[in-house]
Write a protein of this length. Structure first.
Length: 280
């Protein structure tokens, strides 16, 4: 990826579960990204952090229809100013990403995130993009080691991808840097989580990788090398040093934890401190 070219951000904000989304139902809104956390609507919080990122110059929101977010004044104002744009979402992550890449002029490098990443900060996005710029792969995936998360939240019950070199957790932050890497997103046709579903791993990654993963026979680096060969691309895992980066809002427990963290960050900021569990 050229250092002179900034990335396009794609925020996946469509409802996967529709009326069955208990998080959205808990606040009587149509979409999970429209819930309020610590006094701010979640999609607004996500967009504010992305807009400040140094390596992002365009933002697109993938959703069923653009007026669904017009109830959020901040988002409506940005849309009217042309500072964010909408692309049509589709029935799964793969089709939404490939559809966006088709509809957006000159889309690459394309950073992909979701509307429920309420704890992602500009600092995290800058770190991810900075690492991508430095190694220039065809695709990148942000992952945090379990040790980093458990050091901050020893009582946590997050699911990890357990490998030979320990556990890992996805940060719901991806990058498709080149057009040839776009086909690899088909692995996410059924969603972004694979941990306890061997059949999904088999379908997405093949038999050998499923066996290596299931029986913890490979490190993350080994799996990435195999996936790179399978897809014919240079795939890189960007190891994130932030304990909060993998925490998104998938259930009511996540709502409670996320709001607790946001309130702690705000209280720390009131006293002139930064409370982001990462380097520095």
């Amino acid at each position: 990826m050229s250092k002179t070219k900034k990335a396009t951000a794609l925020v996946l904000a469509a409802s996967r579960l529709g009326p069955e989304d208990v998080v959205a139902r808990s606040q009587n809104v149509s979409h999970k990204c429209l819930i309020t956390l610590d006094g701010m609507i979640m999609i607004e919080r996500v967009l504010r952090e992305i807009r400040e990122a140094r390596d992002i110059d365009r933002i697109f929101i993938s959703m069923e229809q653009p007026d669904l977010l017009d109830s959020v004044p901040y988002v409506r104002d940005l849309r009217e100013k042309g500072e964010i744009q909408f692309v049509q979402s589709h029935e799964n992550l793969f089709l939404s990403v490939t559809g966006a890449a088709r509809d957006i002029e000159d889309p690459f490098p394309l950073l992909i995130t979701t509307g429920d990443n309420a704890l992602h900060t500009t600092e995290m996005i800058d770190y991810f993009c900075g690492e991508l710029f430095s190694c220039a792969p065809d695709a990148g995936i942000a992952m945090t080691p379990a040790a980093v998360i458990l050091d901050a939240y020893p009582e946590g019950k997050r699911a990890f991808y357990n490998l030979k070199d320990g556990g890992w957790s996805s940060c719901n932050l991806y990058a498709v840097m080149t057009e040839k890497a776009l086909g690899a997103t088909k692995a996410f046709e059924g969603g972004g989580q694979f941990g306890k579903n061997p059949q999904r791993i088999l379908k997405a990654f093949g038999f050998i990788i499923m066996v290596l993963y299931k029986y913890k026979l490979a490190t993350m680096a080994t799996l990435v090398k195999r996936l790179s060969r399978r897809w014919g691309i240079d795939l890189k895992i960007i190891q994130m040093p932030y304990a909060d980066a993998p925490i998104d809002v998938d259930n009511l427990g996540d709502v409670v934890l996320t709001e607790k963290i946001l309130k702690a960050r705000r209280a720390a900021a009131d006293y002139g401190y930064k409370l982001i569990l990462g380097p520095g």
